[in-house]
Design a protein around this ligand. Structure first.
Ligand code: FE2
Ligand code: FE2
Length: 193
């Protein structure tokens, strides 16, 4: 049997998880500052964070997990069916939660501080929801993938997650999101802590 090797798709997945956690912590920090009447960089930055989550984790990362990582695992073993079903349901739920947070932000813009506890509550719930999701993927799915997936599966996964991407092909989207992510992180430096 082949010895388990560190896989590049796994590194891409874990890096994207870390980036989403950083953006969520940034949003929590933002709301904390709003509550304390402290200086904030302007709600456009909060909107940029939501935009990032909607356009990258929601539209790129999660669909790739469903389509490649979970699908490949499903072919190799049925042991993970209940966890995969939960994670797929969470992918759909995550989108709805982000929509609710956007609405709560709009209510805050219109109504002011009285709408802040709602926004903060939703954000804290989303942070807990995501950290549970991430933990299931990193502690159950990725180790299972190392155990069950074949060399061929890994080639497909590395390709899908762009781990071996030709720098002249399809890299534009990744670059744009990298730039947006750096901008977000620079705007709220405390979020990195
Ligand atoms: Fe993920
Ligand atoms: Fe996921």
């Amino acid at each position: 049997m082949q010895a388990p090797q560190p896989r590049s798709a796994v590194q891409v997945i874990m890096r994207e998880h870390q980036q989403l956690s950083t953006v969520i912590a940034g949003m929590q920090r933002f709301v904390e500052l709003l509550g304390a009447d402290a200086k904030t960089p302007g709600l456009m930055v909060f909107r940029a964070m939501l935009y990032y989550i909607r356009e990258y984790p929601e539209r790129v990362h999660h669909p790739k997990e469903n389509q490649y990582l979970f699908a490949r695992l499903w072919h190799r073993t049925r042991e993970l069916d209940p966890v995969i079903a939960d994670l797929e349901a969470q992918h759909a739920q995550g989108e709805a939660r982000i929509r609710d947070i956007e609405h709560a932000l709009t209510r805050y813009e219109l109504a002011g501080k009285s709408a802040l506890p709602d926004l903060r509550g939703m954000l804290d719930e989303y942070a807990a929801f995501y950290s549970n999701h991430r933990r299931l993927e990193e502690e159950i799915i990725l180790p299972a993938a190392r155990q069950w997936l074949t060399a061929e599966d890994w080639i497909e996964l590395d390709d899908a997650f762009g781990a071996n991407r030709d720098p002249f092909e399809g890299a534009k989207l990744d670059e744009d999101f990298e730039r947006l992510f750096s901008l977000i992180v620079q705007t709220i430096p405390e979020a990195q802590a």
